[in-house]
Design a protein around this ligand. Structure first.
Ligand code: E4P
Length: 214
């Protein structure tokens, strides 16, 4: 399973890159707003840092506007993935961009039928939001299992990108189901390293090592 970090904060991206386990980055308008910086500046810095796929989201909602914005974003670098909302216009733009060989990520997916539409439109990635489904007492991970099964049934190439991840259990379940990608907030990525027995064991090894004669 590939790991993307779900952030627009440059420092978080740098730290995750330094760990050597980062495959890409996803952003959205809310994450960019949280930085308090201009989108153009944030986008440029991320694209200069990250060689893997970087999802940048369209904010125009009409077909022509969204298509023009998607084409402009795609021209920014070979690693750009144009992120599109799961609306009628978003799916139509997905088809138009996919036909031109431009990578796309269809976001705000909350049902398996929506994921089927994205795959038929040639999306590179589908982003089902597990945390937001859990928030309304639905089972976010059950949706991931359904989409993985449906895509396998028909041999769709669209990659399942688990989004709206809130905790390490989401990551574990995504990997067990066989999702292609998990996009993880920096804090959750950091938590994946933790185990008290690792810390305790390491402490003991270092104590014992200090007793070994030089
Ligand atoms: C996905 O690409 C989105 O950026 C993200 O995962 C949304 O997560 P949230 O529900 O925590 O806002």
């Amino acid at each position: 399973m590939k790991f993307f970090v779900d952030t627009a904060h440059i420092e978080e991206i740098k730290k995750a890159l330094a760990w050597g386990i980062l495959d890409g980055v996803t952003t959205n308008p809310s994450l960019v707003a949280k930085t308090g910086r201009r989108f153009d500046d944030v986008k440029r810095e991320i694209l200069d840092l990250v060689k893997g796929p970087v999802s940048l989201e369209c904010t125009k909602m009409d077909f022509d506007g969204m298509l023009a914005q998607g084409l402009a974003l795609a021209a920014e670098g070979p690693q750009v993935v144009v992120k599109l909302p799961l609306t009628r216009e978003g799916i139509a733009v997905c088809k138009a961009l996919s036909d031109k060989g431009i990578k796309t990520n269809v976001t705000l997916c909350f049902s398996a039928n929506q994921a089927l539409l994205a795959a038929k439109a040639g999306a590179t990635y589908i982003s089902p939001f597990v945390g937001r489904l859990d928030d309304i007492s639905e089972d976010g991970m059950a949706l991931i299992a359904d989409i993985v099964q449906i895509y396998r049934n028909y041999g769709f190439k669209t990659q399942v990108l688990v989004a709206s991840v809130r905790n390490p259990v989401h990551v574990l379940k995504a990997a067990k189901i066989g999702a292609d990608v998990c996009t993880v907030p920096f804090g959750v990525l950091d938590q994946l390293f933790n185990h008290p027995l690792t810390d305790r064991g390491n402490e003991q090894f270092l104590k014992d090592w200090a007793k070994v004669p030089e």
